[in-house]
Every structure is written in structure tokens, then in C-alpha cells.
Design a protein around this ligand. Sequence first.
Ligand code: SAH
Length: 378
Amino acid sequence: MAEVRGTPAAGEITDVVSSDGEFLGRGYYNPQSRIAVRVLTWRDEPVDREWWIGRLRRAIESRRHGTAGDDDGDARAERLVNAEGDRLPGLIVDRYGPWVVLQALTLGIERRKLLLAELLRELLSPRGVYERSDVPARDREGLERRAGVLLGETPPQRVAIKEHGLELLVDVRRGHKTGAYLDQRGNRLLVQEHVRRHPRRESLTVLNLFSYSGSFGLHALYAGAARVVSVDSSREALELGEECLRHARLPEDRCELIEGNVFELARDYAAAGRLHDVVVLDPPKFAHGRAQVARAARGYKDVNLHALRCVEPGGLLMTFSCSAAIDPELFGKIVSGALVDSGREAQVLARLQAAPDHPVALTCPEGAYLKGLLLRVH
Ligand code: SAH
């Protein structure tokens, strides 16, 4: 951007024009942000109530075209608005059964969040719209972090949802992200299907590293796996996992939820020869920006090395990175480096990404933060 003409108010709608004054686009303005104007439309059209409800409706309706999770009916959890990916920069809307969760990441959305909550009520008739704007991205926009009810009822501490047939409990008020890692929904289905199809699933073992509430492992149990070990450093997450086990009436004696550091535990398991048929490795974001890529790469390599050594020969490793700063090519190199050091061999069976209700704009490739590899390890 070359210059600011006039005195547009922070958070308000403003035009972007070329050097000869020709209209280019219309968006909302924040002089405090690194991105001064987030363009909402390239057309010379009013951005009013009708405009916002139109965009929301289009995002919601596009989810109705057969994305995974349709079988779960009204109890499903899904992303309804994925910011730039739905041409609504700064706005995340997730649904957990009858509850809607809104995340406002920018000043422009912050200013309109009550309007947006009302429009969502009109479109979805939820029991309540809850705000989970308690994320670090808000700091860069000069906004405070906040969570609380926007309208309707307050959600209970545990919301029951269904994911590919399995009933799960979600903590929308205090859980990670807006309550759960919805982006991994399709990949959890892959694990469920793999176990279901496995010729000897009665003896199949799964190691779920960085498990949060253990959902990858819960899907494996639901599909009939013999034994699941989930590991996370958060006691609260594991407690939620235990509640999920009981709630879904899964065989508790086949599931172990371990509070621990994956870096240490996976190394110890590998050293002790405690191998598993399926290993899931879903670490938190190690790189929060370009400056941290080198350090993060070392972390990913270490933990992938340990995880590879935990796989039973012929078994699977599903490994992920959710750092936007680490692109798929670099991720492939990191895992390949770990493979060489592990002395094992592997084939790529699939390249993985976020569920299709997390669409990505081609103009905003950072949206494709989640990448993964499904490997058969020999
Ligand atoms: N696979 C999960 C999401 C995992 S998010 C799902 O599908 O729901 C990453 C998790 O890693 C978080 O729950 C966080 O508590 C945990 N974590 C972060 N550092 C860790 C460490 N060093 N050891 C174990 N867990 C860790």
C-alpha cells in the first residue's frame, strides 16, 4: 500500500484504489495491523448486513455438499467459516452440535461480532453463540484476548458431539482451539477405517503421540483396536479423554492415557522395543514464524526419529506438522532425514491435510498450515 487518503476509522470499511483513483477493492482497515486493509470484495458493492449474511450463507451451504461428517446429523462438529478460505478474513465459525463458536481474529471482525452472531442465529438457530477469541493472533491486531457468551445460552462444560459415528465430549469454553482439533477430523476417519479393515485388528496396537483428549486413539478403539496408548503433557486434556472413553462406552481396559513428554517417552519406548502397529504423531506448532524454522525442524526431526523407531515392521506412521512456516516440501525432507537416521525404510501411502471444511484460498497459502504423511514403515 502506497498511501492512506482521508482519515478512515480503524475497523471501518474502506476502499483500495489504484494510483489513478480507480476502484480496486473494498475491505476493513486497521492501521495497527501488518495488513492494513483486508479486502472483502473486489466488486463495487455495499458491505452491509445483506452482504455479510450472504457470505455466511454461502459458506454454510457449501458445507452441505457431501463433506465427511454428514452421517453424524445434528450432533456433528464442523467448521462453517474458515476465514480467508471462505472469503471472510479474520472470522472462524465452528459448530459443535447445537452450539456455535465464533473466533474474531481481526479488528474488522471484532467490531462486527455481535452483528455476525445475530446473523448466525438467523441462519442456524443455535442454542447459543460462544466467543473464543482467546488466541495470540489477536495481539498483532492490538486486541485483547476474550472468551464468553455472545448470545443465547452458555454452553455446558462438556458438549456431546458425534464424529464419524463416535460420540465425543468437547470443552468449547476452555478446550484447545475452539474446543477441538476439527482440522484432523478426516485423518481420524482414516485411522478408524484402517483399523476396521485390518485383518488382525483384535491384536492391533496404536500409539497416539501428542494426543490432546486422545481422539485418534478413541477412533481406533471404536473401530476395534486391541490396545491404545495416548500420550500428552496436559493432564486436563487426558481427563477429558477419560470422560470421553466412559461416555462412548469404549473398553477402558484397552486404553492407557499417559501424562508425559513425548520426546522422552517415545525415545524410551523405542529403546525398550515397545513397538506399535500404528503410530500417530501430531505435535503442536513448533515454528511460530520464519525465524523459528531451523529450531522447529530439529524438533520435528527428533520426534519423528523416535516415532519411526516405535513402529512395528510393516506398520503405519501418520506424522503431521501444523506449522505454516514449514511447507510440505521441507516437512518431507525433515521426515526423510529422520528416516535415514532411524535405519528403517518407508513408503508414502498418502499426503494428508486438513479436512475439506477448512478450505484454503489460493491467494493465501498460509491457510494450508496442516500437512501430514501416511507412511508404511519397514
Ligand atoms: N491429535 C490431537 C491434537 C494434538 S495438539 C487431536 O486430534 O485432537 C498437540 C498436543 O500436544 C496438545 O494437546 C499439547 O498439550 C500436547 N503437547 C505439547 N507439547 C508436548 C510434549 N512435549 N509432550 C506431550 N504432549 C505435548
